[in-house]
Design a binder for this molecule. Structure first.
Ligand code: C2O
Length: 569
């Protein structure tokens, strides 16, 4: 078979994590279309390079022209035709890595100080094929994990067996598959032409497309032991019937099942519904020559990280398997987890809101990765080829979406009404700081942040999202981190939970490494505020009070600055 005719009929279950909620009535009002899941009725995204002229406003930036020149100087990478046909296009997409320059990664444990060197480099290939979307006659539906039947499980088991039986150096073996993730996430590659810039496909706009392709190629040749989803290296405290915690911060919270469900659904609502623009959802722009990790999008940050951390085995030195990027792909659950994440990308674009679309920036669309296909050919893929999962021949089984009805609510309704900042300032005069950056997060910190624009017009509100930006969040890459961000939350007596509107979001890090362990993660976090300001009735306030609460990795994180900004993408 060839890439164009995927041979395996087996498909990945999309979500081991969906508990069997039974939402009652229609939740459709929040969707763009009346029939929210009629993917077939949406036009397929063209896979041809037709979006080339739709650059972002800043595409003429001198900086990027410089980079483009450097890249062209490398010869053949992008092809001169690109320049000739569209001289004003930006051209700094992240190029597929040069496999011959792949380096070992050092994985260190900050708690024990031990480190290991892991080689995640793939087998070399002399020939690279450019990806062509597959031809197929039927869209395959990836089933929800809780709806998988015996027949399906049998096929899945068989496939896992076959994959594990392949020799380790076969690029299609289970081991090599796990290595692909390790290499792209643990610093094995640099940007082509920028030997000092590590390639990292997390913490940026590459997160969704990379993982979509990763699953796509994995699906070609799958695999698993007696229970096909079994992996030894998992947190023993989190076996069934323990319920997953999407707000997980490394310690057990003693919530009732009911409260845990409520908390999880609120996290989902916040991360899916309040993030309304491409950069808020996907993450920050990341171009050739950029420093890695400019900033995560909503779902990558949460619940994606929480699931990795919750599943990873605390007895293992580096929280293997799921709790560290270098080993995550060794757990079969990884693929199911990422299917669920991938499914959320499809759903997000169907929610109401004119900006719930993918980027049209060609640096994103033309960014590329390399994967081995089911014939062991090395294939170069571009982001633009994966925007619609149906182009790749699959979609997800339709299930109800209970989180759509779980909008967080203010803790003390009405307390804001016009006096929000006055109250906040009064209650917090002793603890609120103003200019103390960089802040080391070793305890709860309250900071007053000025708002530059109040009473925005309706049109302004539609066109720009007011956001809270935490800049230069610095932390060792190999430590697990979670801190929470609240606004105008003055009550220290009862903990703030995801079901409260005041809970704006969290910052999370999954341990992952770099070939130079001394290089810290240096990233940003952008959290949408517009809806929350309205819900809390503090839209006319001069300042907001931001509370930062370290939950995991206390004292190990510093923050360079916090400001209010506006996102217009
Ligand atoms: Cu590449 Cu869930 O991580």
């Amino acid at each position: 078979s060839t890439v164009n005719s995927p041979s395996t009929p087996i498909i990945i279950p999309s979500s081991p994590l969906q508990t069997s909620f039974i939402p009652k009535t229609s939740q459709l009002s929040i969707f763009k279309k009346k029939k929210p899941f009629n993917f077939a009725s949406k036009k397929l995204v063209s896979c041809k390079a037709s979006d080339r002229n739709q650059n972002n406003a800043d595409s003429s930036s001198l900086n990027r022209f410089d980079r483009r020149d450097i890249l062209l100087g490398l010869g053949g990478l992008y092809g001169a035709t690109n320049l000739v046909s569209d001289p004003f296009a930006s051209a700094a997409p992240i190029a597929a890595p040069d496999l011959s320059l792949c380096e070992n990664s050092t994985v260190t444990s900050s708690s024990s100080g031990t480190s290991i060197s892991v080689s995640c480099c793939p087998p070399k290939a002399t020939n690279i094929i450019d990806f062509k979307p597959p031809r197929f006659s039927n869209i395959r539906l990836r089933p929800a994990a809780h709806l998988v039947d015996a027949n399906y499980l049998e096929k899945f088991t068989k496939a896992m067996e076959l994959m594990k039986a392949l020799p380790d150096d076969d690029p299609r073996s289970f081991k090599q598959q796990a290595n692909v993730h390790c290499a792209y996430c643990n610093g094995a590659y640099d940007h082509v032409g920028f030997p000092d810039k590590q390639l990292q496909i997390h913490f940026s706009w590459l997160f969704f497309p990379f993982h979509r392709f990763y699953l796509y190629f994995y699906e070609g040749y799958w695999g698993n032991p007696t229970s096909p989803l079994y992996d030894e290296k998992r947190n023993v405290d989190h076996q069934p019937p323990k319920m997953l915690d999407l707000d997980y911060a490394g310690t057990e919270e003693l919530l009732s099942k009911r409260d845990q469900i409520k908390s999880n659904l609120s996290v989902m609502y916040r991360q899916m519904v309040t993030y309304k623009t491409p950069s808020l959802f996907h993450g920050a722009a990341y171009r050739a020559g950029d420093n890695p990790s400019p900033g995560m999008g909503s779902v990558e940050n949460n619940p994606h990280t929480a699931v990795h951390r919750w599943v990873g085995d605390k007895r293992e030195p580096f929280s293997e398997d799921m709790g560290n990027f270098y080993s995550a792909g060794r757990d079969p659950l990884f693929y199911a987890h990422h299917c669920n994440v991938d499914r959320l990308w499809n759903i997000w674009k169907l929610l109401l809101g004119k900006k719930r679309t993918d980027f049209t920036d060609t640096d994103w669309l033309d960014s590329s990765f390399l994967f081995y296909d089911d014939n062991a050919n090395l294939v170069r893929v571009k982001v633009r080829d994966c925007l619609n999962s149906r182009t790749l021949g699959y979609d997800y089984q339709k299930v109800n979406i209970p989180w759509l009805k779980n909008k967080p609510t203010p803790r003390r309704p009405g307390r804001g009404s016009g006096s929000g900042s006055a109250m906040a300032a009064e209650t917090n005069t002793k603890t609120v700081i103003r200019n103390a950056f960089p802040i080391v997060l070793d305890k709860l910190v309250r900071i007053e942040v000025p708002r530059t624009k109040k009473s925005r017009t309706k049109v302004e509100k539609e066109n720009e999202e007011e956001v809270l930006v935490l800049q230069n969040i610095r932390v060792d890459r190999d430590v697990a981190v979670k801190f929470d961000v609240y606004i105008n939350d003055e009550d220290d007596e009862t903990p703030t939970e995801p079901e409260d509107s005041e809970f704006v979001g969290s910052f999370t890090n999954i341990p992952h490494n770099h070939h130079n362990p001394a290089v810290k993660l240096d990233t940003n976090l952008t959290l949408p505020l517009s809806d929350l300001l309205e819900d809390l009735d503090i839209e006319r306030d001069d300042n907001i009070v931001v509370t930062l609460v370290p939950k995991e990795g206390k004292g190990l994180v510093s923050i360079g600055n916090i400001k209010i900004d506006f996102v217009r993408d």
